[in-house]
Design a protein around this ligand. Sequence first.
Ligand code: IPM
Ligand code: MG
Length: 371
Amino acid sequence: MHKIAVLPGDGIGPEVVAEGLKVLNALSENYSVKFDFQEFNINSERYLSTGKLVTDDDIDQLRKFDSIFLGAIGDDRVKPGVLEKGILLALRFSFDQYINHRPAPLWKPFGRLKRDVDFNIDVFRENTEDYYIGAGGRVSNGKGKLDMRVKRQLYDMRVTLDANADAADDFAFEIGMMSRKNIERFADHVIDFSNLIGENYITVVDKANVCSNIYSLWREVWDEKCRRAGKEHGYMYVDAMTMALVKNPDKFRLIAVPNMFGDIITDLLAEVTGGLGLAPGGNINPKGISMFEPVHGSAPKYKGMDRINPVATILAAKMMMDNLGRRDIGDVIFKGVRGAFDKGVYTQDLGGKATTKQMGDAVVAAIHALK
Ligand code: IPM
Ligand code: MG
């Protein structure tokens, strides 16, 4: 029995999560797998009516589950950053999900490149540090002191910044930070994955030519880890990387990237594979509770219209099954999606006519046909 906490979230989140659950329920009817789903209303509605983001009690409750299955978080009525940091990032950090795995295979025939080029890329995005730590602040009149705190499973750190400028202007800081032990365990995971798929080369992304404090530590660890593991690796600056992913994605198989650049290149790459409607992600803690979600957001303007593509969420369910040790079930989901596409069923974002629900139904039908 897999105990799954379900967080439909905001906007179109509930609609796509419903299709993910439809697929998982269909599997439990036909394969030897059982689920115990419990839904949580950790979302913008709760925030707007009670002021609560993720609470300590939520975390205690969620700790009882094997995995978290998330729709999307985000609402136009709330100032940018409140829900993102207070819910999504809070969950990633609280469960120490230091790896964000975002597979990006080409989904034929939906690829968006003009040239016919085949590729299958797995992106590993560091998920708890970098410019995402939430440390920073403003000083007015050129002077001020910022007391910051970064709390993770690996450390609880206080940072103070004393600013004293000779100009009476407003200044804003956003601090980036990486720690050696976190990069080490992240690199270990990527190297393990490279062994699993039999790949010997890892492309490591950064901007070490400019942000050389933070990314020299990153490189130091990568050099050492790859040397010890006998892996080949090479560095790409993120600007060149965005270009290369459009120009020749077939040159890449495994990409390791810091949190912020990872956010950017995975949207770009999702578009290249066929669109955000096809891109799932896993926030992974190899020894703890992982969380699976589509890469796309809550798309409030499409809420309730039954037109959003649920495949990213269905593929997130696939990743969750792989992570729970049921690669056999994960494979069935993947084949179900492929089968539905091959029958010509797809949503409007891919040029098709299927509704959200019809897409989920088609995946279920394709899964039944596999038996
Ligand atoms: C993502 C999203 C989030 C991120 C936002 C919503 C905080 O863009 O999962 O890629 O930046 O990680
Ligand atoms: Mg993003």
